[in-house]
Design a binder for this molecule. Structure first.
Ligand code: DAH
Length: 346
């Protein structure tokens, strides 16, 4: 038979257990579990109340008082602990948040491969004393054609098939088909001597395929200086080609026709893939065409009201072509589709 004294010992021991358990409890979930096991429906206290009937009749009142006193002490202690937890703010911190996990690094983009190639080439020209200027994408027939010695009836206009924005007449606006118009605009506004390069986007109504697009990029160059010669043209272009493609690259200047230069040349580099021996990229020729160039035609100077004694050299290079050769890209459309799987490779 149990006595009230036995019960008192049991309650003291449980009290100590409860205090010890609460000392290491810092979450509400845990606190709820402890509350249930001490004062809940299936808890310790409830079991002790149920065992009251086993006590001798004269012990029962004292045992009952002990149990009631324990009940309020335990409950008070549990509530006190809950208030303490809330005050510490631990309750508000969801256990899902793990402050020790590494953060998500922000996605940082980078310059488009074409922009990288343009910047690289412009940097080379700047070291050679050139100034970078930009033109306008919407032009007039005067700057895109007439001032560049391409009169309305000239067959060369057909090679510069053009997007017209309104009529095709003399007061038309069009999307420039090359960056050469800036030669005349700059000559009108600035007194020589000067050296400029003009990067920019140009437009032609070409059917889109692996090597053609209705838009692409060029860099135009214009040097107007009193003593400038074809030798300077070769020197500048050779220096730039070697800076872009490597010091062993060889140059070939092929006579060609452009209305706005005389003499004119198409300029090739030795094939960077087979070093000139012949391969599929250069179609066994050993050479790759990269730009057009020449000495500025006197008619261009006349259109800009410059005297006939003015001397200048000019060139125009296609950026996509150079970027494709430099990086071994076989489809021009990749530059404009903006597929990040492509762009991230540069
Ligand atoms: N504008 C020409 C084109 O788009 C390229 C060109 C050739 C530019 C010769 C020049 C030049 O300045 O001298 O095909």
């Amino acid at each position: 038979m149990s006595t009230a004294a036995d019960l008192e010992r049991i309650l003291d021991a449980r009290w100590s257990d409860l205090e010890a358990a609460l000392k290491v409890t810092s979450s509400l979930d845990e606190l709820a579990r402890i509350r249930a096991s001490y004062v809940g429906r299936e808890g310790i206290l409830r079991a002790l109340f149920q065992s009251l009937s086993q006590y001798p009749a004269e012990e029962r009142p004292t045992a009952g008082q002990l149990l009631n006193a324990a009940k309020s002490r335990w409950t008070e202690l549990l509530e006190q602990h809950q208030r303490a937890l809330a005050a510490q703010g631990r309750v508000a911190v969801p256990s899902l948040l793990d402050r020790t996990l590494p953060g998500h690094p922000p996605l940082i983009g980078h310059r488009h491969p074409l922009t990288q190639v343009i910047d690289e080439i412009l940097g080379i020209f700047e070291r050679l004393g050139f100034t970078v200027v930009e033109g306008q994408e919407i032009e007039t027939p005067f700057y895109n054609f007439d001032a560049l010695n391409i009169p309305a009836d000239h067959p060369a206009r057909e090679t510069f098939d053009t997007f017209f924005l309104n009529s095709a007449g003399p007061d038309a606006y069009l999307l420039r088909s090359h960056t050469s118009p800036m030669q005349v605009r700059y000559l009108q506004a600035h007194s020589p001597p000067f050296r400029i390069v003009v990067p920019g986007r140009v437009f032609r109504p070409d059917a889109v395929d692996a090597s053609h697009c209705f838009q692409f990029h060029q860099i135009e160059g214009l040097v107007v200086e009193p003593e400038v010669t074809l030798a300077d043209l070769k020197g500048v272009l050779t220096a730039v080609a070697r800076a872009v493609f490597g010091p062993t690259v060889r140059m070939r200047f092929r006579p060609h026709f452009f209305p706005f230069t005389e003499p004119s040349a198409e300029v090739d580099i030795s094939c960077i893939f087979c070093r000139g021996h012949g391969c599929p990229v250069c179609r066994q020729r050993g050479w790759l065409e990269i730009l057009g160039a020449g000495m500025v035609h006197p008619h261009v100077f006349a259109a800009a009201d410059r005297p006939p004694t003015t001397r200048g050299l000019a060139f125009g290079l296609g950026i996509e072509r150079i970027a494709m050769l430099k990086y071994g890209i076989d489809d021009i459309r990749l530059f404009f589709e903006n597929d990040v799987r492509f762009l991230h490779q540069f």
